[in-house]
Design a protein around this ligand. Structure first.
Ligand code: ZN
Length: 355
């Protein structure tokens, strides 16, 4: 696949205030404590069948990237197998196989400009739709076929220091068994301690434990299999690699500025297929080593890993400062969301109920 360096790039941020954006937003489920940029990356259902339209056309026979601002012109008769959608400044996201969705979840360093979350779906009929932040492009039917969790949350219950039980957003796709994953240790800081921190992060999300004084009933488990030489399916532009390799691989990449971690998840409406997670090599992580304190400017790798495994397991973001693992950013040396809060716990109990 070739990506086009000459394609005009869409300014995603510049689109957020348009009327069509508001229409789209009204049709997507917002979570409690909603701030300005909230979406469930898999919540592509749009109100009244309205889909944000962008001008322009795309030649179906084109090879390489399609600019996201023009994907309204995506057609079901296009040959997508070698195509990718380009978002923002060169983030390439491959069009997935029919019947699947590819979603990108990130977590930012606090204060950094947020990299929009992206999901792209191709339905069984070959129709394609793309969600970039709050905007949706592409085929209206495909957009509506993106699964949204429309179930009404239970009445919120607040636990001191733990946030609200309604502070979550989630997909409908789950892993049928344990989330088994491999580590590609290329470029990882302080290897042993780093892998330990990542394993603890996975366990924070995929386990019964919370920091709220109670445990949840959940079948969610993660299984660290071992190291691998398989590549992490994440690109340095903040997109996803073209080919899925069937292996859930965790590793390190030089991610875009301010991005601490990024997950590419491939799934059908019912089940997850593959998740690859990258942590950035551009920021300094605090990794547990038994000695040494977190230094200003460092970010807790365990907290970052817990968040990205949340995406891998099917969770989207909460509002800012929700006190949940799935809040969209992490402060320097902030360990307060290493373990699940009330919203994280409620989401995992719903997605992966026990029995
Ligand atoms: Zn995230």
């Amino acid at each position: 696949m070739t990506t086009s360096a000459t394609e005009p790039r869409s300014d995603v941020d510049g689109d957020r205030r348009t009327a069509s954006s508001a229409q789209v937003r009204s049709g997507r489920r917002l979570v409690a404590g909603a701030a300005t940029l909230l979406l469930l990356v898999t919540a592509g259902v749009v109100g009244g069948g309205q889909v944000a339209q962008a001008a322009g056309t795309v030649a179906c026979s084109a090879t390489g990237a399609i600019d996201a601002s023009r994907t309204a012109a995506l057609r079901s008769d296009c040959a997508y197998d070698d195509l990718a959608v380009t978002v923002g400044t060169g983030r390439t996201v491959p069009v997935p196989d029919p019947g699947t969705t590819l979603a990108i979840g990130v977590v930012m360093a606090a204060g950094a400009d947020e990299l929009p979350e992206v999901s792209i779906t191709r339905d069984d009929a070959g129709r394609v739709a793309v969600a970039v932040g709050e905007k949706i492009y592409g085929d209206p039917t495909a957009a509506q076929s993106l699964t949204a969790d429309t179930s009404a949350p239970a009445a919120p219950q607040a636990t001191p220091g733990c946030g609200s039980t309604t502070a979550y957003s989630k997909s409908s796709s789950t892993w049928p068994g344990a989330l088994s994953w491999y580590l590609n240790g290329t470029s990882q800081p302080h290897p042993t301690a780093a892998s330990t921190s990542v394993r603890w992060g996975a366990y924070s999300m995929a386990s019964k434990y919370t920091r709220c004084g109670y445990q949840i009933k959940t079948r969610a488990t993660s299984n660290y299999v071992g190291t691998t030489r398989y590549a992490v399916g994440v690109t340095t532009s903040g997109g996803c690699s073209t080919n899925s390799d069937g292996r859930n691989t965790v590793g390190y990449k030089a991610l875009p500025a301010g991005v601490l971690g990024l997950t590419c998840v491939l799934y059908t409406p019912a089940r997850a297929i593959e998740a690859d997670i990258a942590f950035t090599t551009k920021e300094s992580f605090y990794v547990w080593s038994g000695t040494g304190a977190c230094k200003p400017g460092q970010y807790d790798l365990r907290t970052t890993a817990a968040h990205e495994f949340g995406h891998a397991l099917g969770l989207g973001h909460t509002g800012a400062n929700s006190g949940q693992i799935m809040q969209p950013s992490i402060g320097s040396c902030d360990f307060s969301t290493r373990l699940k809060g009330s919203g994280d716990a409620a989401a995992m109990a719903k997605l992966y109920p026990l029995g």
